[in-house]
Design a protein around this ligand. Structure first.
Ligand code: HEC
Ligand code: HEC
Length: 332
């Protein structure tokens, strides 16, 4: 009797996993409590050859002007696909940008990209880092020219996209396919959501605190609602954030709410990497909120947290670490 019940339970769990775009036994899977992705693959179907090509490009330093920087230089699997634990990542010639490299897991659910939402489609996204003078400092036409010199790349592009000549559009599409597979959905939190494990007492009360105090912005299951918000880091803005794109002063100091999946690994935190630990982040929310005209109204008086509550919240945040993703050989 017990065994039958267990089997029924297990088969329900298995049927919770959606499969999409399955080709060459290669599939994008995510739990059924995830929403439908924003990116729909209609013009760029998921195939193994496209994924492998995208992966090669992601690690290829030819995408940068001096051949030293790849996408992987600033988005590392072991750090949850965020920067290498530096506040600001160095691009070509050691040039520093002014923003922290965010995690690029679960990008197919994101309706906008960059801390200020300056890019709205993942298929055009890679033009930004490739051409940014403080990142890869290249031109699209020169990257495509370099790739077309390689018979191996020409073969791989032909297998993936069916053309004799490599185009910038296919380069961008292949990078999109690689990124689209970077799905974080196997953390302890997910195991808990799927009824496979229990939380410890601290994790469980941390989860409750999180739902009360943080989830209005860092909403489950992706741990962001993708809005642009001023969370009180500054009262004078050296980086205008969202207002850089909208030119609307009511957006001054607003930044895209980051996902907290793998947050244990993605330090330092915030758009400029100013905080090095989760303790500092919670200190900010409880006693460091800076007032300004665009501060989110829910933060006017900060978020009250005792020191035990902070520890419990951190225990919960650590359940968002997805070792299956950070150790998955598919990506290296
Ligand atoms: C020199 C470091 C650096 C390199 C190289 C780099 N990135 Fe980034 N990446 C960043 C930074 C910094 C941001 C945030 C930029 C901003 O908001 O202004 C970012 C943002 C992103 C985002 C948006 C994330 C989000 O949540 O909005 C994606 C996607 C991304 N990068 C993919 C790539 C790809 C693909 C490549 C290679 C073609 C690449 N990056 C190369 C540093 C880098
Ligand atoms: C009113 C919306 C809002 C609330 C409530 C909120 N946050 Fe945030 N959070 C943000 C925004 C916006 C950012 C990015 C700010 C920036 O970099 O300029 C952020 C950034 C973070 C980061 C940094 C993540 C990274 O990768 O850099 C952490 C960690 C974080 N929040 C945790 C929490 C916790 C824990 C709570 C509850 C105690 C909370 N937040 C409540 C909006 C919010």
């Amino acid at each position: 009797m017990k065994i039958t019940l267990l089997l029924v339970f297990v088969s329900i769990l298995i049927s919770c996993q959606k499969k999409k775009g399955e080709i060459d036994s290669f599939a994008l899977t995510y739990p059924d409590y995830f929403p439908t992705p924003v990116y729909d693959f209609t013009n760029n179907e998921l195939t193994k050859s496209r994924f492998l090509l995208g992966k090669k490009l992601f690690f290829d330093t030819q995408l940068s002007n001096d051949g030293t920087i790849s996408c992987n230089s600033c988005h590392a699997q072991v750090h949850g696909f965020a920067g290498h634990n530096v506040a600001l990542s160095a691009g070509v010639n050691g040039a520093l940008g002014n923003r922290n490299s965010p995690s690029i897991a679960n990008m197919i659910w994101s309706p906008s990209f960059m801390w200020d939402g300056g890019v709205n489609h993942i298929e055009v996204f890679s033009v930004a880092p490739i051409t940014n003078p403080v990142e890869m400092h290249e031109t699209m036409s020169n990257v495509v020219y370099k790739l077309n010199q390689s018979e191996t790349y020409k073969k791989e592009f032909k297998a993936a996209y069916g053309k004799d000549v490599i185009t910038d559009q296919d380069l961008l599409r292949a990078l999109t396919i690689y990124m689209s597979m970077i799905v974080s959905c196997n953390s302890k939190y997910d195991q808990f959501r799927q009824g496979k494990i229990n939380f410890t007492a601290d994790e469980a009360s941390g989860y409750e605190l999180f739902q009360q105090k943080c989830a209005s912005c860092h909403s489950e299951p992706l741990f962001t609602n993708y809005q642009f918000v001023n969370n009180g880091l500054d009262s004078v803005f050296s980086d205008l954030g969202r207002a850089k794109i909208t030119f609307n002063p009511s957006d001054n100091g607003k930044f895209k709410i980051p996902s907290l999946r793998n947050v244990e690994l993605t330090y330092p935190y915030m758009h400029d990497g100013r905080f090095w630990s989760l303790d500092e982040v919670l200190e900010h929310y409880s006693s460091g909120i800076k007032n300004s005209e665009t501060l989110h109204p829910s933060l006017t008086n900060g978020i009250t947290l005792t020191s035990t509550e902070k520890q419990k919240l951190i225990s919960f945040l650590k359940t968002l670490t997805d070792n299956q993703l950070t150790g998955n050989p598919l990506f290296y």
